[in-house]
Design a protein around this ligand. Structure first.
Ligand SMILES: Nc1ncnc2c1ncn2[C@@H]1O[C@H](COP(=O)(O)OP(=O)(O)OP(=O)(O)O)[C@@H](O)[C@H]1O
Ligand code: SF4
Ligand SMILES: [Mg+2]
Length: 341
């Protein structure tokens, strides 16, 4: 099955449910970690996936990178449905095209191997350059991520580098396999605030120069505003608002987006410390009943909110929101006009 898409990657109705409890005592409840998520990642753009802790951001990222299998929904890569590909060769090809960068650069690098080893390995596994050209290619990769001159870094071990330099090595390793999509899960959150901007500028540079499509997962609206073109706002497993980032931030529709914006201490700052608006968001995603998952926190709640699950509705402003009050569907508008008793 193919779909007509203009993006590098499109996900449709992506869903992941987990059984609650633990391996020894599995619970009967289902955690809807990700429910019916649809978006497209286009070349030369950054899409920010924003939401508080437990909202399902990493689960989306992990499904895209094929680290988790979706419960349902489809993933398309360049028009091809890749959701069920199983052949090792096809999986390797997909994984080389859709690379993931993690929060903790130290954890993702082998402490007893040099930078040369980390970059040579993918080049060899994927047979991307002649053996005689590996050193030259490693030099290019280090230069691309701003580790210059490359000879200063190539024989170092991860512990000899700063956090920001290690994250640059992790990005160089991802670039080694010539991907078209990079999924970056909070790539700057473990770095000092002072060096986060350098990594954000590198992402911007790669977006422009290599025309990569980025999914940038973050808690931080300041950094999202700085680098992203599109924004997806997640709450309790669902996308509650999405669209061009300027429109979403200038005229937010969903009360949760408004809450996130109001929680930012300095809207002009490029990066902030991690914001946790409130813990416990995941409980709204355990066996969720019909209705809006944000209802118990919402200042705008009306009767229908706890009875009917809001759909993601495209508004005249060009972005979409899941809210009966600020972005009502046609059916809800009719119902509010003529309440059923
Ligand atoms: N392998 C798993 N098994 C069971 N539950 C999981 C698993 N992975 C994630 N979850 C649960 O799914 C929900 C969403 O988790 P996820 O890690 O995607 O959130 P997040 O938005 O990335 O949060 P954070 O900002 O803290 O990283 C959480 O309740 C989490 O505990
Ligand atoms: S649907 Fe209702 S409860 Fe949910 S965000 Fe909108 S107004 Fe609030
Ligand atoms: Mg996460």
């Amino acid at each position: 099955m193919t779909a007509s898409i203009s993006g590098s990657v499109e996900v449709r109705g992506l869903t992941k449910h987990f059984a609650t409890g633990n391996g020894l005592r599995p619970g009967r409840s289902r955690l809807h970690a990700v429910d019916d998520v649809t978006f497209t990642l286009r070349p030369g753009t950054v899409t920010a996936l924003v939401g508080e802790s437990g909202s399902g951001k990493s689960t989306v990222a992990r499904m895209l990178a094929r680290l988790y299998a979706p419960t349902s929904g489809r993933i398309y890569f360049k028009d091809e449905d890749v959701t069920d590909v199983k052949r090792r060769r096809d999986v390797l090809r997909y994984r080389s095209q859709v690379q993931m960068i993690f929060q903790d650069p130290f954890g993702s690098l082998n402490p007893v191997k040099t930078i040369h080893h980390h970059l040579a390995r993918p080049l060899k596994i994927h047979n991307l350059v002649e053996r005689s050209q590996i050193d030259e290619r490693i030099g290019e990769l280090l230069t691309t991520v701003g580790l210059v001159p490359p000879e200063r870094y190539v024989d170092k071990y991860p512990y000899e580098l700063s956090g920001g330099q290690r994250q640059r090595v992790a990005i160089a390793r991802a670039l080694a396999v010539e991907p078209t999509v990079l999924v970056a899960d909070e790539p700057t959150s473990m770095l000092d605030v002072s060096i986060r901007v350098g990594i954000l500028n590198l992402i911007l540079d790669l977006k422009e120069r290599e025309q990569l499509a980025f999914l940038y997962v973050t808690h931080d609206l300041g950094s999202a505003r700085y680098i992203a073109d599109y924004m997806l706002v997640m709450y309790a497993g669902q996308i509650v608002e999405q669209g061009p980032i300027d429109r979403v931030l200038q005229s937010p529709l969903h009360p949760y987006t408004q809450l996130l914006i109001d929680s930012v201490p300095d809207p002009a700052a490029v990066v902030h410390e991690r914001i946790d608006v409130r813990k416990g968001v995941a409980s709204a995603a355990v066996d969720p009943p019909e209705g809006c998952r944000f209802a118990d926190r919402c200042p705008l709640r009306i009767g229908v909110c706890t009875q009917v699950t809001p759909e993601l509705v495209l508004t005249e402003d060009g972005h979409s929101a899941r809210c009966h009050v600020t972005a009502p569907s046609h059916a809800i508008r009719e119902e509010i006009r003529e309440p059923v008793h």
